[in-house]
Design a protein around this ligand. Structure first.
Ligand SMILES: Cc1cc2nc3c(=O)[nH]c(=O)nc-3n(C[C@H](O)[C@H](O)[C@H](O)COP(=O)(O)OP(=O)(O)OC[C@H]3O[C@@H](n4cnc5c(N)ncnc54)[C@H](O)[C@@H]3O)c2cc1C
Length: 443
């Protein structure tokens, strides 16, 4: 069924995905003579950099989400439709979601990235990903449930497994999660679980390379490792997680780690949509685009952000999959499309501005590298907080987040330690197995 959108003579730009790239792009069309339709499987924009705080009970999920409709409710030419796009037909200039179809003049794919388990079935099914708000909430529930269960059993090995957490991947997400868990172990869980010996809770951060935060300088990596160790995190370098059997993690050094929770932050791939010709999909499942974000070989189809791979002189493997990259591409593509549609102007090529990198480990502990500025400690932590606060979408989210951070800072507490609905790992595993099998039979 053709989806109802007011019929106009304006050119229609359809954007798949209301993430960092898609939202920035759509903003460029505000009150322009173009009809824009954003399609997203969620009715909200997700601020992924703070998902780890939802998983570790520091922030409520609502603080890092914002309704897409609310962002554009004053722009009469920008429409939103809720749905998961399942197919693109570039010949018919049409996308499908479920039984519905939507025609476009210009299509922009901004569908982001998905967790990459490197084809390992055991990990795909049993490891906990953290790529959406729902997954962050599941993780929060599972961590808390495991501690509750630890109090109900006498078997020491099982109890140990309930209290241990393994995080695979020591990029910013893994490091931030490990630090936040270290703070829970140090300041929060002893008050909640006085009957458990918290000295026995182990947080392992496993990294295949020889340092944490490899995108920072070796000096900053070393600092981050020291911060983590101070928080009681065991950093395991030069070690690869091979498989997970539900209660222990197998590594390539022969060291097995007992743990009921394995959090997988070791990689992402692009999240292209079915129907894209095979030759448009490159390394890491990313859609190959030229310097105008045009999908190679397709007319009027573009891709931006994590799902896109634009090879440029200094970026032979495409730009880093980070929010500023997606926003910069969204902004320029918006200008280019407005220029072409409204004023018949030629496209301008994209130039990536590297804004540096940062990660926080815990209270007064962060690393920031921006140009020549390379700092750690409390000042870096303050910079990290201000940048994240300003980047959050919506006044309410900024205020609530700031309030929670100030409160957590002074009482070292985490207020969102709630198990709202039970998380059933077995049920989840069955679901993931189905998804895994479906994906692999299609291929
Ligand atoms: C845990 C975590 C922490 C991160 N921390 C940082 C950080 O500190 N700094 C930083 O710069 N970057 C960080 N990133 C990376 C950053 O979030 C991404 O680079 C950025 O979100 C990419 O923007 P995007 O628009 O390409 O995709 P996204 O923001 O992921 O948006 C994709 C959108 O597409 C929608 N979608 C996907 N498939 C479909 C479909 N089939 N149909 C309809 N809608 C669909 C999704 O619902 C989503 O809204 C982090 C990522 C994660 C997962």
């Amino acid at each position: 069924m053709l989806i109802e959108i007011p019929n106009t003579k304006k050119a229609r730009v359809v954007i798949i995905g209301g993430g960092f790239g898609g939202i920035q792009l759509a903003k460029m069309f505000k009150n322009k003579d173009v009809q824009v339709v954003i399609v997203d499987k969620n009715n909200y924009h997700t601020f992924q950099p703070l998902m780890y705080q939802v998983a570790t009970s520091a922030l409520e999920a609502e603080s890092i989400a914002y309704p897409i409709r609310k962002i554009f409710n004053k722009s009469k030419n920008i429409f939103f439709r809720l749905g998961e796009v399942t197919h693109i037909d570039a010949e018919k200039k049409m996308i499908e979601f479920g039984n519905d179809t939507l025609e476009y003049d210009y299509l922009v794919i901004a569908s982001g990235a998905k967790t990459n388990y490197f084809g390992n079935e055991g990990l795909t099914i049993s490891a906990m990903p953290m790529k959406s708000i729902l997954e962050s909430l599941d993780l929060r529930t599972m961590l808390l449930q495991n501690f509750e269960h630890a109090l109900l059993i006498n078997n020491e090995r099982k109890k140990q497994g309930m209290m241990n957490v393994v995080i695979a991947g020591a990029g910013p997400t893994g490091v931030e999660l490990a630090g936040a868990l270290g703070e829970l172990k140090r300041s929060v869980f002893p008050k909640d679980y006085p009957e458990l010996d918290l000295g026995k809770m182990n947080i392992y951060l496993v990294q295949s390379g020889d340092r944490v935060l490899p995108m920072l300088s070796p000096k900053s990596s070393l600092k981050a490792k020291k911060y983590l160790e101070k928080l009681g995190v065991t950093v395991v370098l030069n070690t690869r997680v091979l498989d997970y059997f539900g209660d222990y993690v197998q590594t390539d050094t022969g060291q097995d780690i007992i743990a009921k929770t394995l959090i997988w932050t070791a990689g992402v791939t692009g999240n292209p949509i079915k129907g894209m010709p095979k030759e448009t999909i490159g390394r890491g499942d990313r859609i190959q685009v030229d310097e105008f974000n045009q999908v190679k070989g397709l007319q009027d189809v573009f891709a931006i952000g994590d799902v896109a791979c634009m090879v440029q002189k200094d970026w032979p493997n495409g730009h880093p999959q980070v929010a500023p990259g997606a926003m910069q591409q969204g902004k320029l593509l918006g200008k280019n499309l407005v220029g072409k549609i409204c004023y018949n102007k030629p496209y301008k090529p994209f130039k990536y501005k590297d804004k540096g990198a940062m990660a926080t480990v815990g209270k007064n502990k962060a690393l920031v590298e921006m140009g020549r500025l390379k700092i750690g400690g409390a000042v870096a932590w303050f910079i990290w907080m201000v940048i994240h606060l300003l980047s959050l979408v919506g006044f309410r989210n900024k205020v609530v987040t700031m309030f929670n951070w100030v409160k957590n800072y002074f009482n070292s507490d985490r207020g969102m330690r709630l198990i709202i609905t039970q998380f059933d790992l077995q049920e989840e595993k069955r679901k993931r197995r189905k998804e895994f099998e479906a994906k692999h039979t299609v291929k």
